[in-house]
Design a protein. Sequence first.
Length: 363
Amino acid sequence: MELDEALFFLGDFGLYQTIIYVLICVSGQFTQAWHMLSMAFLGGLPEHHCKVPEGLYLNHSVPSSLVDGRVVYSQCSMYKNVSIDNSTVPCEDGWEYSFQSTIVTEWDLVCVKSALVETSESVFMAGVMVGSLVFGQLSDHFGRLRVWLVSIWLQIVFGVGAAFAQDYYSFTILRFITGALEQGVDIVSYVMATEMFSPARRSFAGVLTTLFWASGIMSLALLAYLLPNWRHLQLLISLFNVIALPYWWVIPESSRWLVSRGRIGEAEEILQKVARFNNKAVPSPMLVSGGGTGKNEIDHTGHQGPDVTPITPGSTGEKDLHMSGSSGASTERKNILDLFRTPRLRKFTLIMMFVWYVYATML
């Protein structure tokens, strides 16, 4: 049977697939929502006004106005010399904040520096853009699992570094790197999660990943409430993924990627491991070559027909499977330009780009 049929034969969302799927989505989707939206709390802007020199009263030193029946003090100016005239100057002694422990209060990113908070987030998203262009190609070349885990481990390092940043510029640079790595974790995890399943369940598996993402968004507010200090919050969202450190020995490489690279024997080992874990009787080997697309070799009830040839490393059957378009394997290297080569692909690509643009503007 071909790979898609083998995945169907193993049973979509069996116990093994479900466990691996959850592990991938927790580290690859749930936690990445934290990184993507954390600036709302890391860079929270409290009410503020100029710090008043000792011995002076606030209402005598800072201009104020009445807004909806409430006295609101100027955020960026104070009286130069209230005993002489009402001329004002920028805050000279810093600011007083209604709450502390954000990057705004620590580095006084208000008034003329207020744009730096949004700039830091824009730099993070620039990192996301760079990562989205790089990590998909890397995972195609070096393997899903390897690129995904390296991205997670590096994100932990640079995320923790951001929590200990001593100035705005160090923090922003580290956030750029974290943003790029976010795509190495997010995009590759989505591919890994969907490639585990047969075509009949692949779309459902992809949609289900959004539940983990949404859960991450909802939990972030609670984390920010429990950890009001921005450094503590940044540490938590970065260190949570230490649970992924042993994943190299737990989560298998994508069998689809292995087949696409001609590593049929390794793909067969993974499929047999899944079958043993799920206590499912399967032929050995599962990946076989026959005539045509493989639909005649095995039906979806698990009955194997005649004229099937086991695939062994170096055999003609291995070459047939590797080169078969229906199995999704190809030795030809692809790049992003291939998404625009045919009218059908061009249409789907442009639609997805537009949908993603609209989604991103809503974040």
